[in-house]
Design a protein around this ligand. Structure first.
Ligand code: URA
Length: 448
């Protein structure tokens, strides 16, 4: 895909909307003109919203999806890096998903260059940038020039979305949020890919979550999104590995900003929960393989595990904190993180096996304590959160702790309500043991 000039072209917004409304295909130039006009302010939000609904209802084919991605990508700055070993990872979002903090230093320790531009939390899912900002001093707003320099020097950099990366996506995403047009595979594809392509990575590992806590609640939709992402990556000559992974319960045990940083550090020290460790190793293994630092995925996974075992990944994480102005002593001393002082244990009211942990609700409890945002402009509380002590398949005895809630003294009433909801709705205890997947990774595909 190349940037084409469309200033001389003269389309009408209502003509393009009508074409898609009637199920016809849009040309590259029409899509480009529409998005350019949105970015320059010549298309009104209501016109963009109408086109979004027409796309939601009638879809886009592969070519149109690539054209939309291209138009959104070139609505802002595009970074370019030399070489084929610049690999990023993106997750479609989940509860307790802190895998980026583990896989990025692992991959970097294995010689992969990792340029991460991550998001903030919205809705029931947390955001990587909010979590890392719980480390005092950590700077997430570098300029693109600083971002490039850090990557070339250190091989690992983590920043938040900049205003200049795919600004059209920012406008479109805000409109989708309020016009019931989020769950559209071509729109999700163009949104994710425009941002990822703008970062300049040569390859991307895509973690597509499926299950009760994910955007794509079933395997069929997850597979369709995976294929759409691979097809679009191929059109832009990027290598992509898609992994469809389980999100029927929170990943690991911790939900909440500081709590998730602690769990990530523990995982880098080799003491992490099995599900989080395995998933992080497989995603990092995929990055190592795409970067050409391993001949097979199996070899990539072995190298990733070795980077945990020999301490090089932890060292890289500590180095990244320091280079980005953060307090790197948190790695040895968790009291330097602002974890809330009060704790409430939610106790099991009967014995049995845990058969369900309501993923989305657990994320929402963290949000209601202040650990996430209800509105985009809300401030985030780094200290509050939940530790899920019992996960699906675990045995539990009456009186044992299912969940520990971290809160502030002034939230006593709220925390009581959350505990009651967890008992009544969110954790189900059954007489028979539920089967759990052997691996959280259901499908791996490459766009070769
Ligand atoms: N993540 C994005 O960046 N965009 C979407 O549309 C969905 C998930």
């Amino acid at each position: 895909m190349t940037k084409i000039k469309t200033q001389k072209l003269d389309f009408s917004a209502s003509g393009i909307i009508a074409k898609k409304r009637d199920g016809k295909k849009l040309t590259h130039e029409e899509i480009r003109w529409f998005i350019d006009s949105l970015t320059s302010g010549d298309i009104a939000d209501y016109q963009m919203s109408a086109l979004l609904m027409a796309i939601y209802l009638n879809g886009l084919d592969k070519k149109e999806t690539a054209s939309l991605t291209d138009a959104m990508l070139y609505s802002g700055e595009v970074v370019q890096f030399e070489g084929n070993d610049v690999i990023d990872k993106h997750s479609t979002g989940g509860v307790g998903d802190k895998a980026s903090f583990i896989l990025a230093p692992i991959a970097a320790a294995c010689g992969v260059k990792v340029p991460m531009i991550a998001g903030r939390g919205l809705g029931h899912t947390g955001g990587t940038i909010d979590k890392v900002e719980s480390i005092k001093g950590f700077k997430t707003s570098l300029t693109l020039k600083e971002f490039k320099n850090r990557l070339n020097k250190d091989g690992l950099v983590l920043i938040g979305q900049t205003k200049t990366i795919a600004p059209a996506d920012k406008k479109i995403y805000a409109l989708r949020d309020v016009t019931a047009t989020v769950e559209s595979i071509p729109l999700i594809t163009a949104s994710i890919m425009s941002k990822k392509l703008a970062e300049g990575a040569s390859g991307i590992v895509m973690d597509i979550k499926t299950g009760s806590g994910a955007f794509m609640s079933n395997m069929k939709d997850a597979k369709a999104l995976a294929k759409s992402l691979r097809d679009t990556a191929s059109r832009f000559d990027k290598r992509m590995l898609t992994m469809i992974t389980d999100m029927n319960q929170p990943l690991g045990n911790a939900i909440g900003n500081s709590l998730e940083i602690i769990e990530s550090i523990e995982t880098l020290k080799g003491n992490g929960p099995k599900d989080l460790t395995d998933l992080s190793v497989q995603l990092a293994g995929g990055m190592i393989y795409l970067a050409g630092k391993a001949k097979t995925l199996k070899e990539g996974n072995a190298k990733a595990q070795a980077a945990i075992d020999n301490g090089s990944a932890l060292k890289k994480f500590k180095e990244m904190i320091k280079k980005q102005g953060g307090d790197d002593k948190v790695v040895e001393d968790y009291t330097r993180l602002p974890v809330a002082k009060e704790k409430l244990e939610v106790l099991a009211t009967k014995s049995g096996y845990v058969s369900k942990v309501e993923c989305k609700n657990m994320g929402l409890h963290c949000v209601s304590l202040g650990g996430g945002r209800k509105k985009a402009e809300d401030a985030v509380d780094f200290g509050v959160g939940l530790i899920i002590n019992k996960k699906i398949g675990d045995t539990v005895k009456k009186g044992e702790s299912l969940v520990t809630i971290y809160y502030h003294a002034k939230q006593k009433n709220l925390v009581g309500k959350i505990a009651a909801e967890i008992i009544a709705n969110d954790v189900t205890i059954s007489k028979t043991k539920a089967t759990t997947p052997k691996s959280l990774v259901y499908e791996i595909k490459e766009n070769k």
